[in-house]
Write a protein that binds this ligand. Structure first.
Ligand SMILES: O=C(O)C1=C[C@@H](OP(=O)(O)O)[C@@H](O)[C@H](O)C1
Ligand SMILES: C=C(OP(=O)(O)O)C(=O)O
Length: 430
């Protein structure tokens, strides 16, 4: 389904932030790895959340859900010997479940999104799992894959963090279950370091003991641990809310978003500081963010690796800022649902934005006068491209048409409903 975004000058209203995708996937996983029954309150409802629900069910967890909670009885260290898993287009779900599949004799991962997840590399996690005695058939480090494990060995493990932090997170979920104690050394660099903090927080809540170095590059994980069945509450999602806040920033607005904890471990909480640095009138207290946009923004320079999933939305706001903005240290955006530098900038330029790219940087020459719009946008299967281009469409001279905008449901199925409730002129077109 395509979305027609018509220029909208004013946004007003209040919404409850959607629930965090990245916490929901983690709570579903640790609940499945516990024996006994866990409860997750206010879980995210999205395609990626559904992908993790599907995988843990296929691996033997029981999953019962009503409109407020999920109740899960896990399989501990003994997942059911399932032959095939389908993670949809969910990168973190694939990476995390690959390590659980290593506990089984043979699991095949299908490639349902050859043009998106099918293009993303998993070499670094494959190498680490192979060093633990797991055999993996793959297509040049990509899906489809067959993992032949059974009894992966703990001990000294090395994994590169230069492409994704998810490979490390995946090993941190697996190693506590192994017979041996393990030590993990992260090689090269560790991208999206902040989100590893979420992994560690959830593991601690699940009763797992892990010793992490201050720089998050070394870990000691005792083996033979048991995940505890717990009750978890999912907090609001900053990455998805970043697009709502950007929309409020580029219009005349008075927009309030609830459920955004100031002390969240989500790196994307930094988008509040980014917008403040761009002189967007914004207040953040008691978990409530209020933007009283006047459409005026000033450019800035930002380390995008601190708020990985919020970069595209902040770039969309910078499109209308006074001056030139830089978002640096963002090379790993190239390995997401699409190449979020080259593909994203191609779509921004179509809409009339003045943007440049480097290997690991996005440069935005702001256009406070707005952009032409009046074009058809390719979503590249990427929910964050869809959300960010919608922000640009609100301040274009003419409507834009975003093709296949239904892929927004990967993380935020109600994004357009939320925007519409704030007054945005967005309509599905068949
Ligand atoms: O661990 C996670 O849940 C995620 C980590 C990040 O990926 P990278 O570590 O590949 O940047 C982020 O982009 C993704 O949305 C989810
Ligand atoms: C890249 C993302 O998620 P994943 O890596 O889990 O596909 C995202 O949510 O922007």
């Amino acid at each position: 389904m395509d979305m027609i975004v018509t220029p909208t000058g004013k946004l007003n209203g209040e919404i409850q932030a959607l629930s965090s995708k990245n916490y929901t996937t983690r709570y579903l996983l640790v609940s499945a790895l516990a024996e006994g029954t866990s409860t997750i309150l206010y879980p995210a409802h999205s395609e990626d959340g559904e992908a993790m629900r599907r995988c843990i069910r296929d691996l033997g967890a029981t999953v019962e859900e009503d409109d407020e909670k999920i109740v899960i009885t896990g399989f501990g260290r003994h997942p059911r010997a399932t032959k095939e898993l389908d993670v949809g287009n969910a990168g973190a779900v694939l990476r995390f479940v690959m390590s659980i599949a290593a506990l089984l004799p043979e699991v095949h991962f299908v490639n349902s999104y050859p043009a998106s997840l099918g293009k993303r590399p998993h070499d670094d996690l494959i190498a680490a799992l192979e060093s633990m005695g797991v055999r993996i058939e793959h297509e040049n480090g990509r899906l489809p894959m067959t993992i032949r494990g059974g009894n992966p060995r703990g001990g000294k493990i090395q994994v590169s963090g230069s492409v994704s932090s998810q490979f490390l997170s995946s090993l941190l979920f697996l190693t506590p279950l192994l017979d041996e104690d393990s030590e993990i050394e992260v090689l090269h660099d560790l991208k999206s370091k902040v989100v590893v903090g979420q992994t560690l927080e959830v593991l601690e809540q699940a009763g797992i003991v892990i010793e992490a170095s201050d720089d998050l590059m070394h870990y000691r994980i005792p083996g033979r641990q048991k995940y505890k069945a717990q009750t978890y509450t999912v907090q609001g999602d900053y990455p998805g809310s970043a697009a709502i806040l950007a929309a409020a920033a580029v219009t005349e607005s008075d927009v309030v978003v609830h459920r955004l904890m100031e002390d969240s471990k989500q790196g994307e909480r930094a988008v509040v500081d980014v917008l403040k640095a761009m002189n967007v009138p914004l207040a953040h207290e008691n978990g409530i963010v209020r933007v009283r946009g006047n459409g005026k923004l000033t450019a800035g320079e930002f380390d995008g690796d601190e708020f990985t999933d919020g970069v595209l939305a902040m770039v969309a706001a910078a499109v209308f800022a006074e001056g030139t903005s830089r978002f640096y240290n963002v090379e790993n955006l190239r390995y997401k649902e699409c190449d979020r530098i080259t593909d994203y900038l191609t779509e921004l330029r179509k809409a009339g934005a003045n943007v440049e790219e480097k290997r690991d940087e996005i440069i935005v020459h702001g256009r406070p006068e707005g952009v032409e719009g009046g074009v058809e946008i390719d979503a590249h299967y990427d929910h964050r491209v869809i959300m960010a281009l919608t922000v640009v469409g609100l301040r274009s001279a003419r409507p834009i048409r975003i093709k296949d905008a239904h892929h927004v449901a990967k993380s935020y199925p109600i994004y357009f409903d939320h925007l519409k409730s704030l007054g945005a002129q967005v309509e599905w077109a068949d």
